[in-house]
Design a protein around this ligand. Sequence first.
Ligand SMILES: C[S@@+](CC[C@H](N)C(=O)[O-])C[C@H]1O[C@@H](n2cnc3c(N)ncnc32)[C@H](O)[C@@H]1O
Length: 467
Amino acid sequence: MPRKKELIEGVQITGLADKGKAVGRAAEGYVVFVSDVVPGDVADVRLLRKRKGSWQGVAERITKPSPDRVEPRCVHFGECGGCKWQHLDYQAQLQQKTKTIQDSFERIAKIPDISYQPIMAAPDTYQYRNKIEYSFSAKRWLTQEEISSEQVYNHPGALGLHPPGNFQKVVELEKCWLQADLSNTIRNFVGDFARTHDYSFFDPLEHTGYLRNMIIRNSTLGDWMVVLSFAYEEEDLRIALLDAIVERFPEVTSLHYVINQKKNDTLFDQDIKLYQGNPHIVEQLGDLKFQIRPKSFFQTNTLQATRLYDALKAMADIRKEDIVYDLYCGLGSITLYLADQCQTVVGIEEVSDAIIDARLNAQLNGIDHAHFYAGDVRHTLVEEIVSRHGQPDVIITDPPRGGMHEQVVQKLLELAPRQILYVSCNPATQARDIALLKHAYVIDNMQPVDMFPHTSHIENIASLRRI
Ligand SMILES: C[S@@+](CC[C@H](N)C(=O)[O-])C[C@H]1O[C@@H](n2cnc3c(N)ncnc32)[C@H](O)[C@@H]1O
């Protein structure tokens, strides 16, 4: 039996796990989750603790580096929690993602022989995001180099992304490769402005400090949105910072702020106010245009979103006379993308601002047979809707990472559409939900899509046919 703090030599790293860790196997056969290694490495691993029956460890030495190791592009790699797989060759990342989906369906859904399309690689593996949320923190994360230098750093605070698994501290970013470069210029300008003018940075533990978060969104049509979140109202300071952004960045077409006095950072329940410009940015997917306001979900990789929706369209067996339901529809992007295929399409989404956007988006694109409802799918997908619009022939479902509530899965079984297309960003919950459908549906096709290079996240479309 291994012991805590023991050094285990020659651990073979075999696969990738969540949160930037990798899975290793010791010679004795037990599994260890190890940080800072990639599949194919052989490492001497110091055991740290046992969690849920598995050992967690840290690599003290890599005795044989994997042939799939590559040089990470980002100077913040290792410190920042943004993209933890930059040191793994992109083709190897894709293989690992496919393996994650296969493992989930074999292990959780107990469905072994599924026919998969090859994973769709992202055309751009850097600067692919259209949305990023930076945090301010009074506690700047010090790099290993800074710690070893034994110098005292009196930094007033940091604006950037959190280090892996640490939501109090923030890595001060100089250049992030996730979004187009203007995002870096805006972030660095706001951070410098705040420090020069003595603005205080939020401390999430003490719940003190003024500046909390900054969301930056952009579109391929050239729109830029900035949403600044303050911990309390201090009108002069707020206006000075917002005006400085207006003056310095004419590219920002939609500038908002919010006073968030809650403990957590989520803004869904907050009053986000427009300061300058348009209330939304506009994005184009295929022939359709979408207005996006601050609270609305939109796929964060625009190029891959179009390819994801095209793949969905190709897999969908939708006929002209069909009634299609799109559950968890956000601002109606899938709903409207598929609208030209069918007679009626119904979208359900719990964020009411997104439903306002969805209705506007239907108008904007001249679509009059799309109907939208705001509410939790569990309570909104009810008889009244079905009797108003008809029994669905095809259901699209695209829930958040937690998957569908069991009652929603039961509702799908009751409604018994000919085909269910399940789009998911979490294969574990997708497999769990599909396990509940498998006595009535068979998976006839799967299409993994890589929306998030250099991270463990993976999108997957599963097509299910009624037996
Ligand atoms: C993964 S996104 C998909 C959005 C959309 N299909 C798209 O492709 O842009 C999931 C959406 O589900 C919404 N949502 C989360 N929980 C919900 C629930 N219980 N009922 C309805 N909508 C929910 C979120 O607000 C979000 O817009």
